[in-house]
Design a protein around this ligand. Structure first.
Ligand SMILES: NC(=O)c1ccc[n+]([C@@H]2O[C@H](COP(=O)([O-])OP(=O)(O)OC[C@H]3O[C@@H](n4cnc5c(N)ncnc54)[C@H](O)[C@@H]3O)[C@@H](O)[C@H]2O)c1
Length: 436
């Protein structure tokens, strides 16, 4: 099939590459000329495990092309995906200007039947708006389908190639057939392709992300309670996670969720609800808990240093909002850095993939280290903000030799309490006893 993907960011590039990988002919369009230039030359623009290899193969075998021209990009396409940004507007609602702008352009360019697919996360009713924007200038036949994307950064290729489910919102039989054929190679193991109306598909994506964010905030509140009651959240997590109705995944407490999706999607669903006079009470609490949780370690840090961080230096391991990505959007580490530097402390950070993005954002506000141990030199304490695998079993003698004091504040509960006691660290984590 001939496919065009408009918007070549995290979702667009993975979508385009994975569809090329199953033999389709894919053109990716983006307004960012620098990005298109790099991609055309075989330079990948995001870090995503496994992506580069299939990107290069499909580029070489001519199933993947890149252009800045929408009209060239869609000329031969039967299917057009919109993988455009939907950032929060000032009031928290999803800003549809990118999607509706492209829909408007498409209306002026279409000449024959095409299926236009919303892959972006968009509020209920967007498919109808896209339909109307195209129909303003194009009177021929076309279908607009909602096909929300559930991939997770860090495992995006696997998620796309072997999705738990594919959700397709359409009432058109013709579009349904096209979408079923397109996704057939991805669900050969029997995972469901769930067809529904557009509105339900649009809401499914928001409901999924909001439910997951709720799980995180719930566990973070349980962790806070553990700290006050002298319980251990790791034990509680295991205790509840073995109940099938609860499940083991997504129960890890920490310093809050970040990234480009959960914060904006929860906020957008709250906003959509308020527009139909519905107060989504649980989600308001989820957001509030998460805001506070990003700085959960800070009071302990301040207390340890007698409320005076001036002149202190902190090493931070992890800047990305989660491991295996270079994405720093809404990353808890950034909130901590702001708080520490505001108090007069210096920060030396290391992240395996995200330092370039933080340097672009913060310049020389903090130091960037060559490796995780260099970050520790002359630091008063280590703070762990992202659970990269390489931080899980570090060389503690190197930590001891480099840090001024044997102090670790761990926002991701990476280490065993008994082991830290034995090693003689002052160790504070989330929802567990402080080791002195
Ligand atoms: N990142 C994720 O993990 C993820 C997962 C599922 C769903 N989503 C949703 O997918 C959508 C895209 O997210 P993303 O993370 O890929 O965003 P992104 O910012 O990484 O990529 C968007 C791309 O669109 C391009 N663009 C903007 N205007 C354009 C235009 N007029 N024509 C062509 N290209 C244009 C930008 O230059 C950018 O490259 C959002 O709605 C997001 O919520 C994201």
């Amino acid at each position: 099939m001939k496919i065009t993907v408009v918007g070549t960011g995290y979702v667009g590039l993975v979508t385009g590459t994975c569809f090329a990988e199953t033999g389709n002919d894919v053109t990716c369009v983006d307004i960012d000329a620098d990005k298109i230039n790099k991609l055309s030359k075989g330079e990948i623009t995001i870090y995503e495990p496994g992506l580069e290899k299939i990107f290069l193969r499909n580029l070489k075998e001519n199933r993947l092309r890149f252009t800045t021209s929408l009209s060239d990009g869609i000329k031969d396409a039967a299917i057009i995906f919109l993988a455009l940004p939907t950032p929060p507007g000032e009031d928290g609602s999803a800003d549809l200007k990118y999607i509706l702008g492209v829909a408007d352009d498409l209306g002026k360019m279409l000449t024959d039947y095409k299926v236009i697919i919303d892959k972006s996360t968009v509020p209920v009713g967007t498919a109808e708006k896209v339909q109307a924007a195209i129909a303003k200038n194009y009177k021929g036949e076309f279908d607009v389908v909602s096909n929300p994307e559930f991939l997770r950064e860090g495992v995006a290729v696997d998620d796309f190639m072997k999705p738990d489910r594919v959700v397709i919102g359409t009432n058109s039989e013709r579009a349904r057939k096209v979408m079923g054929d397109l996704y057939a190679p991805f669900v050969r193991q029997g995972n469901p392709v769930i067809f529904m109306d557009e509105r339900s598909a649009e809401l499914t994506k928001y409901a999924a992300n909001s439910f997951l964010a709720t799980k995180i905030s719930f566990m973070n509140e349980v962790a806070r309670l553990c700290e006050k009651l002298g319980a251990d959240v790791d034990m509680v997590r295991r205790g509840i996670g073995s109940d099938d109705r609860i499940g083991r995944r997504f129960l890890f407490p920490g310093i809050g969720y970040g990234g480009s999706c959960f914060p904006k999607d929860v906020q957008a669903l709250v906003k959509s609800s308020s527009e139909v006079n519905y107060d989504f009470e649980i989600l308001n609490a989820v957001m509030k808990v998460n805001e506070d949780q990003k700085l959960h370690l800070i009071p302990g840090i301040k207390k340890y240093f007698n409320n005076n961080l001036k002149g202190k230096k902190f090493a931070i391991w992890g800047l990305a909002f989660k491991p295996n990505t270079d994405d720093i959007r809404e990353a808890p580490a950034l909130y901590m850095i702001d708080e520490l530097t505001k108090e007069g402390a210096a920060v030396s950070a290391f992240d395996p993939e995200a330092m370039k993005n933080v340097r672009n954002l913060m310049g020389d506000k903090i130091e960037f280290a060559e490796n995780q141990y260099d970050a520790l030199k002359d630091a008063d304490a280590l703070i762990i903000a992202t659970e990269w695998n390489e931080f899980r079993t570090p060389d503690f003698s190197k930590i001891t030799n480099s840090l001024k004091n044997k102090i670790i504040f761990d926002g991701r509960n990476l280490f065993d309490l008994a082991a830290m006691k034995e090693l003689g660290f002052h160790y504070e984590s989330v929802g567990r006893a402080t080791v002195n």
